[in-house]
Design a protein around this ligand. Structure first.
Ligand code: ATP
Length: 354
């Protein structure tokens, strides 16, 4: 069991900064996602927690103890790699026993522990099989078993399902999450797949360009994105950005956007910046009476819903509406937004205004 605190951690490789002053806390027992595009610094962050890289500055705490400069062997953290390394010439039982035998555990205890872990993973019946002939799923389970047998304080997983095809990947991600819920061990999981992060994670850190953009529950990140990057990265189709010159009058508490009244955050009052209205596709409604109109460019049928792409005076917009609503290409349609669901951003900084 472990709480992990990352405090203003920075990592440089020569002149290159891979992680900039990152801070967040992973609570005991959480399934915690590090999410972001390729090269943003997720793996480097994970490797610093495990001790495979040392931070250039900042501190990492495991259960209150500073471990920033400790070698991996003194951290009691298991690292599950993308390419699961099993010993091909050994059977499943030997693969699972090896980490314990090399620690000097007594034979009888090793046997009991291996059987317990095999039970947790549902692989009791393949213990005597060579790993060479196993299915992908069983190999994955054995690899996880090798990490679990040592009873580490926390698990680090770097895109463990990255090499699997979509269907199998979904199955294994459910299995992993269920396994976590049974064992309750703190798990930090790197992925660039926003859907996987939303589905599996208790909390998510979203990184971009070596910087932590936001840290919160999947719902907080989806409903209240802190930056335009997060708003764009999470959700499919992603949030719409409608741009307009937001010369907001001094002491104006509301701004009119083509018939919609939106409350202006205090810090924007009197400012002359360019405002961006962020609205999720499912929060756009088609309404004959609305003054604000867009021309239908395309429709995409998805069964129960459809995605309609429109050209509006403030940029292109995607609306997710019930499949039964009629919208033909070329038609001009009235659009409604609920002010409650709109996030306002300052275009200059990309930050959400609250
Ligand atoms: P990916 O999903 O592609 O692995 P990532 O978000 O995990 O991306 P990192 O692997 O943490 O990103 O890498 C962040 C940046 O740091 C990349 O530009 C990478 O090239 C660089 N980097 C990582 N390790 C080293 C190293 N040992 N030496 C120099 N540069 C490195």
């Amino acid at each position: 069991m472990a709480q992990i605190i990352i405090k203003t951690v920075r990592k440089e490789f020569g002149d290159f900064t891979a992680v900039r002053e990152s801070s967040f806390t992973i609570e005991d027992g959480e399934f915690f996602m590090l999410l972001g595009p390729s090269g943003c610094g997720k793996t480097t962050t994970l490797r610093m927690i495990a001790g495979l890289e040392l931070p250039t500055s900042g501190e990492i705490y495991l259960d209150g103890e500073e471990i920033s400069q400790k070698p991996p062997s003194q951290r009691d953290i298991a690292f599950v790699f993308q390419m699961f390394a099993l010993y091909p010439h050994m059977n499943v039982r030997k693969n699972l026993s090896y980490p314990l035998v090399s620690q000097g555990m007594a034979r009888r205890d090793v046997k009991a522990k291996v059987e317990e872990v095999a039970g947790i993973l549902g692989i009791q019946d393949i213990l005597n099989k060579p790993v060479g002939g196993l299915s992908g799923g069983d190999r994955q389970r054995v690899a996880l078993g090798r990490a679990i047998v040592r009873d580490p304080k926390a698990f680090m997983m770097d895109e463990p399902l990255g090499a699997l095809d979509a269907e199998f990947r979904e199955h294994m991600s459910e299995e992993l999450r269920a396994l976590h819920d049974r064992m309750g061990a703190t798990t930090v999981y790197v992925t660039h797949d926003q859907l996987e992060a939303m589905q599996m994670g208790d909390k998510i850190v979203v990184m971009n360009n070596a910087v932590v953009e936001q840290f919160g529950t999947p719902q907080e990140i989806y409903d209240k994105p802190a930056t335009m990057f997060v708003a764009d990265f999470i959700g499919s189709p992603s949030m719409n950005f409608l741009r307009f010159d937001g010369a907001v009058a001094e002491n104006a508490h509301n701004v009119e956007m083509n018939g919609q009244t939106l409350a202006v955050p205090r810090q924007m009052e009197g400012s002359r910046g360019r405002l961006v209205f962020g609205v999720r596709p499912e929060h756009v409604t088609l309404s004959d009476s609305a003054e604000y109109r867009g021309e239908v460019l395309a429709t995409e049928y998805l069964g129960t819903t459809q995605i309609i792409t429109l050209d509006t005076p403030n940029g292109e917009l995607k609306a997710r509406v019930p499949a039964g609503q009629v919208a033909s290409v070329g038609e001009k349609i009235g659009l409604g937004f609920n002010a409650q669901t709109v996030t306002l951003f300052d275009e200059a900084t990309g930050a959400a205004l609250r």
